[in-house]
Design a protein around this ligand. Structure first.
Ligand code: FPP
Length: 236
């Protein structure tokens, strides 16, 4: 659990980027066009998050369930990711972005997995914004993986605290999200950061992800600043 004293700007914003398909359908375009426009929104939001003073931004770019989509869409999304990485990495590095990837990257094949690793290593020294890309990520798989790693490390049952357990999750070293934003009007967590979102503020907006702008992010952060966070305790 994040125990930071309340700060009006969330230190960590997590986003479920939803609505690319509906954005495309509304224009009579193929879904791939919605994803391409979604990638442009990713670029915008990284910049806006830096401008707003957010330190960690986690984007749900591909869920473990997304593999069940038609092969053509999976190929489009994988291609887009590869393209994004290749075309944006220099810019991200210059902006001071540290890239971290969570999820089962090896499912994208050895080439993309290696490219992601290289990108992480190259940007590891940056500290302006930590961009966490959730790729082939599932919250339940993250928890099961942590349990396995704790057992493999020989952690004894009486030694296992929440803090110890969190150290085995893919997000170890990253503070829990203060704010979760989901676009497109859906109001679900959809197997995102199940453990890490325990005390996050939730913000749902009908805006479709490709339309999500710096102004929409600013509106979400303004709303967040009005929330009273208690972490389960009573107000002082
Ligand atoms: C949800 O839209 C979005 C995704 C499945 C993936 C998010 C991908 C992007 C924003 C583009 C690529 C990202 C990067 C980092 C380059 P949906 O297809 O579920 O939309 P729908 O619910 O309207 O059908």
């Amino acid at each position: 659990m994040s125990l930071n004293p309340f700060h009006p700007v969330p230190r960590h914003v997590a986003v479920i980027m939803d609505g690319n398909g509906r954005w495309a359908a509304a224009r009579g375009l193929p879904r791939a066009a919605g994803h391409r426009e979604g990638a442009k929104a990713v670029r915008r939001i990284i910049e806006a998050a830096i401008d707003q003073g957010v330190s960690y931004l986690t984007l749900f770019a591909f869920s473990s369930e997304n593999w069940q989509r038609p092969a053509e869409e999976v190929t489009d999304l994988t291609f887009l990711l590869k393209h994004y990485l290749r075309s944006e990495l220099n810019e991200l590095h210059e902006q001071g972005v540290c890239l971290k990837v969570i999820g089962e990257r090896e499912r994208f094949g050895p080439n993309l997995a290696a490219e992601l690793e290289t990108a992480e290593a190259r940007t590891a020294g940056n500290s302006r914004l930590t961009l966490v890309m959730a790729l082939s990520y599932g919250g339940r798989a993250d928890i099961v993986g942590a349990a396995r790693r704790a057992m493999e490390a020989g952690v004894r049952p009486e030694e296992l605290t929440e803090q110890v357990f969190a150290g085995f999750l893919s997000t170890t070293g990253i503070p829990d999200p203060d704010l979760l934003i989901r676009t497109s009007g859906e109001e679900r967590i959809s197997n995102f950061l199940l453990w890490q979102l325990a005390y996050s503020e939730l913000f749902f907006t009908p805006v479709l992800w490709p339309d999500f702008s710096a102004e929409h992010l600013a509106a979400a952060l303004s709303e967040y600043a009005t929330r009273e966070r208690r972490f389960g305790a009573r107000p002082v």
